[in-house]
Write a protein that binds this ligand. Structure first.
Ligand SMILES: C[S@@+](CC[C@H](N)C(=O)[O-])C[C@H]1O[C@@H](n2cnc3c(N)ncnc32)[C@H](O)[C@@H]1O
Length: 355
């Protein structure tokens, strides 16, 4: 875990977790919790939550980047001295993500798809969590020399490195006729402890903590339209609430990868159902191979072996209308939106442009 995800990205957590793994007392305590907590993130998030609740702590200053004290002894001491509070969080909470940084890789796709249709465009985000990616048009998406999108004075600035290709980067994201999210278990942004836990699940020193907190502040002032609903059972009902004349963009970011194989197939069939009457573009940002599996189910193809890699994330679009489905790779993306390699064709498929 430490080497795979933190190395080169979250050095503070890499340093802490390597030291924690070498501490027999701490390892024994973690192994004494239920098996679901036997990995690094529950321990790190539970401690981070405690730190966020007490900003005067020295470890809090280190996490904020306001102190260059060695985090390792501070972390070990805190977990040792306050284990009951840490363990209580590890047992009662589960790791949650709502990464607003992902809007940086989504933005150019929305621009590209909207430019390819004469219909108004409506978006449904499936597995939206707290709905932070629904606020994409309120963030400053900064692609360096490639341009920037969104308000210059946004409190949420998301840097994204373009490593390949020329993504369409517009000054503003396209207007949406509707912008709705559904989640099986949406996060209540009006609940202070739920908000703090979402922030606690981010990794200090990566910019994600401050950015998620700022996005949550923004969400409280401009609440996204988040509804409770299941990706398969409630997809049709959610789509039916969108304007009739709209071409629909369904987005999923790091959601379908959590579905088991039958649920992926059922999601593919649900997409086919909702596309009978109107054009749909399903934009997926998922681990490599995940969306391909769903698209095969949607096209009623026998599933072929896919590479279910979590190391590489890819962005794809699957166009569906009436009885047809086309699947297209758009590029590689960082799972928190840090970078993108844009490999999309010049224009979307005719299934979208002529619908
Ligand atoms: C890893 S989080 C990603 C959240 C968000 N899409 C993002 O990119 O930040 C996965 C989300 O999918 C939701 N989810 C998982 N299975 C679902 C289902 N069958 N229907 C609706 N939401 C689901 C979870 O509740 C969780 O909020």
């Amino acid at each position: 875990m430490a080497r795979d995800s933190f190395a080169g990205y979250a050095p503070l957590y890499e340093q802490i977790i390597l030291a924690a793994a070498d501490n027999p007392d701490l390892v024994a305590r973690v192994l004494d919790t239920p098996a679901g907590a036997h990995w690094s993130l529950p321990l790190l998030a539970a401690t981070h939550d405690l730190v966020l609740s007490e900003p005067g702590l020295e470890l809090a200053a280190v996490y904020r980047g306001a102190s260059d004290a060695d985090p390792v002894p501070l972390f070990l001491e805190m977990v040792h001295d306050r284990w009951d509070e840490v363990a209580e969080r590890m047992l009662t909470r589960h790791i949650q993500t709502n990464e607003c940084g992902r809007t940086a890789v989504l933005g150019p796709v929305l621009t590209w798809l909207a430019a390819g249709t004469d219909h108004p465009v409506a978006r449904l985000d499936v597995g939206t969590s707290a709905g932070l990616t629904l606020l994409a048009d309120r963030y400053r998406l900064d692609y360096g020399a490639f341009g920037a999108t969104g308000p210059v004075d946004s409190p949420v600035v998301i840097p994204c490195a373009v490593t390949e290709g020329l993504p369409p980067i517009a000054g503003e994201l396209p207007d949406l006729a509707a912008n709705v999210g559904i989640d099986r278990d949406p996060i209540d942004i009006t609940n202070e402890k739920d908000r703090r836990w979402l922030v606690a699940c981010t990794w200090p020193g990566t910019g994600r903590t401050e950015r998620t907190a700022a996005a949550l502040d923004l969400a409280q002032r401009h609440p996204p339209d988040v509804r409770e609903g299941d990706a398969v059972a409630d997809l049709g009902a959610a789509i039916a609430t969108l304007p009739d004349d709209a071409a629909v963009i369904i987005t999923t970011s790091w959601v379908v990868g959590y579905f088991d194989t039958p649920t992926r197939a059922a999601f593919g069939q649900a997409l086919v159902e909702v596309a009978r009457d109107r054009p749909i573009a399903w934009v997926a940002m998922e681990g490599a191979g995940v969306a391909d599996e769903v698209a095969q189910a949607a096209a009623a193809e026998a599933p072929h072996a896919t590479d279910r890699s979590w190391d590489v994330s890819v962005m794809t679009v699957t166009y569906l209308h009436k009885t047809r489905a086309e699947h297209c790779q758009l590029g590689d993306v960082h799972h928190h939106g840090q970078s993108m390699a844009w490999r999309a064709p010049d224009a979307p498929d005719e299934l979208w442009t002529t619908a």
